[in-house]
Design a protein around this ligand. Structure first.
Ligand code: PEP
Ligand code: MN
Length: 294
């Protein structure tokens, strides 16, 4: 890269000194999850999908059946939830450690890999055998001790960009995992806080240009989470298609059997039919782009 300023707030010097491991000066990282699923190989686009949280065993089993039906391998299996307010609804409390048993039975019964958020260092040992990809949520993007501890697990890390942090900050956080010798970091764009053009309830704006910007500046794969970005089920499809077209190397999509009655964020999940329909539309688009949805 010859230009002095490879990305708006990222200088050529930053690539060398602030995040030499995460920078685009390195060969592009391919993060292999299993024989059929990889992030960053320039061809596959894995989908991570599931409900906002693991509400109960029946719900998560039904979601896994839909994943298998659509030949999708990665489950969103969150048992700890960073909820903005401390009050839980009547039908929901995050399952916490109790959810581990449910994730274990998911592993026994389905051919899926589990992506789950860990918020506390004390939970890594408990989840050792069930988690395949460790999610560090937006709110913990700069919790450096947590990231360093996650890196020790030697499992891929899904690092979500905080809604108020720059790409430069995100790459700094990824560097914390890489410096601990875990180079399997998948970055995730999930919307930023910004003045809204039409209504404040849309909550976040999907920063679609962060996708090519991250590719310019980093060797790490970048995926998009249109569900958290828009907070609105009707926009998940167009934003998923837009993300794929913009070069996203994976998608995180929320779906639920009865979205409007989901325990958390009932406005953002799509239903089973909408999910299957979306996967098929994404497959059509991926053919045009010479990519493969996995
Ligand atoms: C999530 O994916 O469940 C989540 C809480 O997302 P974020 O950290 O991006 O808000
Ligand atoms: Mn959420």
């Amino acid at each position: 890269m010859d230009n002095k300023f490879p990305g708006k707030d990222i200088t050529k010097e930053d690539l060398k000194t602030k995040f030499p491991l995460a920078s685009s000066n390195n060969k592009k990282k391919i993060i292999k999850i299993d024989e059929t699923v990889s992030f960053g190989d320039n061809h596959s686009v894995p989908i991570i999908a599931g409900p906002n949280g693991v509400e109960n065993k029946d719900l998560i089993f039904r979601c896994c059946e839909i994943l298998e039906k659509n030949k999708i391998k990665l489950l969103r299996g969150n048992i700890y939830k960073p909820l903005t307010f401390p009050y839980r609804s009547k039908n929901y409390f995050d399952l916490g450690d109790e959810g581990i048993k449910i994730l274990e039975s998911v592993k026994k019964n389905f051919n899926v890999k589990i992506v789950t958020e860990i918020m506390e260092e004390s939970k890594f040992d408990l989840l050792k055998d069930v988690v395949d990809v460790i999610q560090i949520g937006a709110r913990n993007m700069q919790n450096f001790p947590l990231i360093s501890r996650a890196a020790e697990e030697k499992k891929p890390i899904l690092l979500k960009r905080h809604f108020g942090c720059s790409i430069r900050d995100l790459l700094g956080s990824a560097e914390y995992a890489m410096i601990k010798n875990n180079h399997d970091v998948i970055l995730c764009e999930r919307g930023v806080s910004a003045p809204h053009t039409h209504r404040s309830s849309s909550r976040f704006l999907l920063d679609i240009q962060s996708i090519p910007a991250i590719k310019d500046n980093s060797c790490l794969p970048i995926i998009s989470d249109p569900s958290h970005a828009s907070f609105w089920h009707k926009w998940v499809e167009p934003l998923s298609m837009g993300s794929l077209a913009a070069g996203a190397e994976g998608l995180m999509i929320e779906f639920h059997p009865d979205p409007r009655n989901a325990a958390v964020d009932p406005l953002q999940a799509i239903n089973f039919d909408e999910f299957s329909n979306l996967v098929s539309k994404l497959r059509n688009l991926s053919n045009v782009l010479n990519k493969k949805i996995v």
